[in-house]
Design a protein around this ligand. Structure first.
Ligand SMILES: Nc1ncnc2c1ncn2[C@@H]1O[C@H](COP(=O)(O)OP(=O)(O)O)[C@@H](O)[C@H]1O
Ligand SMILES: [Mg+2]
Length: 269
């Protein structure tokens, strides 16, 4: 009888012990949510490093957008229903187990203003004051989460989708992290058909609505507004991390006809 092979380890290094602790707390909080994503097992934790079970899978691709949108909707609804009902987006929130999740504006507002002031966001669709109004204006909405849904933070395996990278977790409005996935996929693979984005919006809405029937539907316009915030925050990474296309070259026009009606009136963006 041979002993089972020990799992092979994916070691992640953090800038310091505090950053490792924060990622570990995010990991534990996220794995406790009743979501549809699996997470790799955490094998050990030490100093500035975490040892995760190594997962064999591929990064998310455009064909995964619609199912992933549904999974994100389920995750966000679970986060809201089990932990974030009392959270306000403009303030940090301490969950019952004592985990502190930064607010939506914290850091983000400053980063958006700084990126626009550098003047290097190609074809930015928002001025600094428009972006600030958009971020602040969302703060009365119910709180979901941002956990950086870029396509490299999902490993697609035969046994389902595994979520990795627990470094960044903040409160965010519903739809915000879905927009990150849309922008990340498009920056990596090129323009996505508007109909596919509309299908993703529909899948996200169906999933959130199943758990939270009272939640207002995410509109095309709102999703695209969040995409513009991600464009502002992500364009500096163009040419790195697999990002080969700039959002300003590949923004979709709203789908015409019934698809658009089905997803709500939308805003002017
Ligand atoms: N547990 C794991 N098993 C296998 N590969 C992993 C695992 N965690 C991360 N990776 C791979 O390493 C990449 C970078 O890891 P990630 O935690 O996302 O770090 P970063 O902060 O650099 O984005 C991921 O996109 C994925 O391809
Ligand atoms: Mg990552």
């Amino acid at each position: 009888v041979t002993a089972p092979e020990p799992p092979s380890v994916h070691v992640k290094h953090y800038r310091d012990t505090a950053a490792r602790c924060a990622a570990e707390r995010n990991y534990r909080w996220l794995s406790g949510l009743d979501g549809v994503f699996r997470v790799p097992r955490l094998l050990w934790s030490e100093g500035d490093r975490l040892g995760f079970e190594r997962v064999t899978g591929r990064h998310a691709a455009p064909a995964d957008l619609v199912p992933l949108a549904g999974h994100l909707g389920t995750l966000h609804a679970a986060a809201f229903a089990t932990a974030l009902r009392g959270a306000r987006l403009d303030a940090p929130f301490r969950t019952a187990p004592g985990h502190l999740i930064p607010g939506f504006l914290e850091g983000r507002l400053t980063a958006v203003v700084r990126e626009l002031a550098r003047g290097e966001v190609p074809g930015a669709a928002l001025t600094s004051s428009q972006a600030a109004a958009l971020l602040r204006g969302a703060c009365g909405e119910p709180a979901a989460i941002y956990k950086d849904a870029n396509p490299r933070n999902f490993l697609i395996t035969a046994a389902g989708t595994v979520m990795v990278d627990f470094d960044d977790l903040t409160l965010a409005p519903f739809g915000y992290d879905l927009a990150k996935l849309v922008v990340g996929l498009a920056m990596t693979h090129g323009a996505l058909p508007a109909t596919q984005i509309a299908d993703a919006l529909h899948a996200y809405h169906t999933a959130t609505h199943r758990h939270l029937p009272g939640l207002a539907a995410l509109t095309w316009g709102k999703l695209m507004a969040w995409a513009e915030i991600h464009h502002i925050l992500t364009s500096r990474y163009l040419g790195r991390a697999g990002y080969r296309h700039s959002w300003h070259d590949i923004r979709p026009a709203a789908p015409a006809g019934p698809a658009r009606k089905a997803i709500g009136p939308g805003d002017p963006l």
